[in-house]
Every structure is written in structure tokens, then in C-alpha cells.
Design a protein around this ligand. Structure first.
Ligand code: ACO
Length: 324
């Protein structure tokens, strides 16, 4: 049986750092409020690079770690809700920037903060059915473009960043063990950003703000519930107990959400990866960015079982279990 083995990881964040103290100069907030309520201390902001620039840099690092060349890749799936353009897809820009062979398939998936796990699920299916041998899966977002920098209730939460993995079709026990992706469109108004396109002259009704809008309290409650369910599915499908898990990498939105999930699972602190203090919520970039750090820091090694879990606008939620 073919599995999608993770043979390389990579990530990229822009150089510019915006600290909580910097934000105190933009909106009425404080380092104490932000760090106590969210766990975030700083975030990275793209200044002279775009979504596809960040994605291509993360992908290049992942390909280097995997030891594959641009001609080896036959599928690129990018999870993003802040694409380079309406079209072409950000995946096509990545293909062009990295010189990936003509004829490879390249497309984006839109699932907000669950974008990377949705993209992983799609690529895993291509690999297991033999439709692709090597796939590049990228999560990237540039929320600095869509947050309202005058709205203290949202602008303090997000940052820009990208992460990527290379998947290879291989026989054996290593690779993606399961993916579960879900959505409930009834809750779309919890978290959304309207189209950046101007209204058409024929349009009668146009939602006036292009900025991200969020009902933070409700999102918080739904996040804890749905991520708990998604973890349960991954554990049950693979017959896992908390002891089998080497590391849980949750979407990095809020430390209080992550701690609630940790407590439900009764996992010790050192089995739950967090880096949101340094990056904030990078949406689809969050999980692959954390994975790449965990790999590079030696927090995980070959054979370890890692659990990913996410939630985001849509509402969407997802989990995946992987043996490295
Ligand atoms: N600085 C200072 N005060 C603030 C700030 C701020 N940045 N933001 C809000 N406040 C104030 C509010 O106005 C309110 O004041 P009031 O009591 O006088 O009315 C008070 O702080 C409390 O506000 P709450 O919204 O109740 O604060 P809460 O403890 O719920 O924390 C937060 C808000 C951090 C947004 C939390 O609800 C949360 O993390 N929710 C989840 C959101 C999330 O993860 N979103 C990402 C989704 S992923 C995706 O797809 C993009």
C-alpha cells in the first residue's frame, strides 16, 4: 500500500517583527492584555514580499531538506485565503518561481486556518491512488493585508508566514496515517473577510468592508469543541492512546484554546508544540511552520507519531495523524 511520506519540511517568515509594544502605538491595547489573553508577544509582517514569495521560499527549503529537484514535483497544493491574485492560483506562481516542471498540477484550496490540513488531505489522496509520486503541500497566509489595523480586537492576533512539506509515494508504515476534514458553512459569519475586488456597477448589494471580521468569543468555544472532536477521530481511526503521540501540533491561534485541548487529552506540556508567542496566528501557515521548527529543533524524529489539529473560517476544522 502506498503512503504519503513526509520527506522534507521548510518554512519562511518575513524579517519585520511587530511586537505587542509596537501595537500599543497603533491601537488602544497593552502587551499585558495581548499576552495574557492570547499568549502572543510578537508577529512577523510582510513588507517587500508577497504570498507566493513566502510560499516559494518555504517550499524551496522543504525541497532542499527532502533532496528533491523541481523536475521531481508533479503536484503543488497551496492552502491560503490571502492568495497572490484572484487568479492564477498561488500554486501556479510557486511553480513558476521554483521552476517546477511544466505539466505538473497546481492549485489552491481555501479553508482559512485549516488550509494546510485540507491541502494535505487532497495531496495524500493523490499519492495513495498513484496519481502523484511527489507532492508539495504548502500553507501560507498574509493576514497583514486583510486585518483592520484600527480594530484592536483582531489586529493583535495575526501574523504572516508560510510552511511546506514534500510528500513522497512510498510503501511502508511511515507517512500520513489519516486525515479528517470538516466544515459547517452555517457559521460563516463567525469569521470572514469580504472580497478585495471593487463592486461591479450592476451590483445592488455589496458588503462594504474588505477587512477580516470575527466573533472572538463564539469562535473560541467552537474551536475547543471541534478540535476536540477532530483529535478524537484521528485517535480512534488509528487506535492511538495519548501515550502513542510524540507531539501534538495544534493550529496556533490562542494559547488558552491550546491549553484547553491539552487538558482534555491529558497530555503533558512537552508533548504540545507552541510557537504563537513569536508568530501569532499565521492562519494556513501555522501548522507547517510549527512542524518545520519542531523537526529542526529535534523535537521529533523518524518513527514518531505527530497529531495535527486545526480550525478556521468557514467554519472549518481538521486533523491528521502522521508517522514521521
Ligand atoms: N486590547 C485591549 N483590550 C481589548 C483588546 C485589545 N487588543 N481587544 C478587545 N479588548 C477588550 C474588549 O473591548 C472587551 O472590553 P469590555 O469588557 O470593556 O467590553 C474586553 O477586552 C474583553 O473582550 P473579549 O472579546 O471578551 O476578550 P476575550 O477574553 O474573549 O479574548 C480573543 C478575545 C483573544 C479574541 C478570544 O476570544 C479568542 O482568542 N478567540 C478565538 C479567536 C481565534 O482564534 N480566531 C482565529 C480563528 S482562525 C482563522 O480562521 C483566521
Amino acid at each position: 500500500m502506498l503512503r504519503a511520506r513526509l520527506i522534507g519540511t521548510g518554512s519562511h517568515v518575513p524579517k519585520k517583527i511587530l511586537t505587542n509594544h509596537d501595537l500599543e502605538k497603533l491601537v488602544e491595547t497593552s502587551d499585558d492584555w495581548i499576552s495574557t489573553r492570547t499568549g502572543i508577544r510578537q508577529r512577523h509582517i510582510a513588507v517587500d514580499e508577497t504570498t507566493s514569495d513566502m510560499a516559494a521560499k518555504a517550499a524551496k527549503n522543504a525541497m532542499k531538506a527532502a533532496g528533491v529537484s523541481p523536475r521531481d514535483i508533479d503536484l503543488i497544493v497551496v492552502g491560503t485565503v490571502t492568495p497572490e491574485m484572484c487568479f492564477p492560483s498561488t500554486a501556479c506562481f510557486v511553480q513558476s518561481q521554483l521552476g517546477i516542471k511544466s505539466g505538473a498540477a497546481a492549485f489552491d484550496v481555501s479553508a482559512a486556518c485549516s488550509g494546510f490540513l485540507y491541502a494535505l488531505d487532497v495531496a495524500d489522496r493523490y499519492i495513495r491512488t498513484g496519481a502523484a509520486a511527489k507532492a508539495l503541500v504548502i500553507g501560507v497566509d498574509r493576514f497583514s493585508r486583510i486585518v483592520d489595523w484600527k480594530d484592536r480586537s483582531t489586529c493583535v492576533l495575526f501574523g504572516d508566514g508560510a510552511g511546506a512539506v514534500v510528500l513522497s509515494a512510498e510503501k511502508g508504515t511511515k507517512g500520513v496515517l489519516s486525515c479528517h476534514i470538516h466544515s459547517d458553512g452555517r457559521h460563516w459569519e463567525m469569521l470572514y473577510a469580504d472580497s478585495p475586488c471593487p463592486p461591479s456597477p450592476f451590483e445592488e448589494k455589496h458588503i462594504s468592508s474588505r477587512y477580516l471580521k470575527m466573533n472572538g468569543n463564539e469562535t473560541f468555544k467552537i474551536a475547543v469543541r471541534t478540535m476536540g472532536q477532530a483529535i478524537g477521530e484521528a485517535m480512534e481511526t488509528n487506535g492511538l492512546t495519548p501515550e502513542d503521540i510524540s507531539l501534538l501540533i495544534p493550529h496556533q491561534a490562542n494559547l488558552r484554546i491550546i491549553n484547553a485541548i491539552r487538558d482534555r487529552l491529558k497530555l503533558p506540556d512537552d508533548k504540545v508544540y507552541t510557537n504563537l508567542d513569536r508568530y501569532g496566528n499565521t492562519s494556513a501557515g501555522s501548522i507547517p511552520l510549527a512542524l518545520d521548527e519542531a523537526v529542526r529543533d529535534g523535537r521529533v524524529k523518524g518513527g514518531d507519531i505527530i497529531l495535527f489539529v486545526s480550525f478556521g473560517g468557514g467554519l472549518t476544522w481538521a486533523s491528521s495523524a502522521v508517522r514521521l
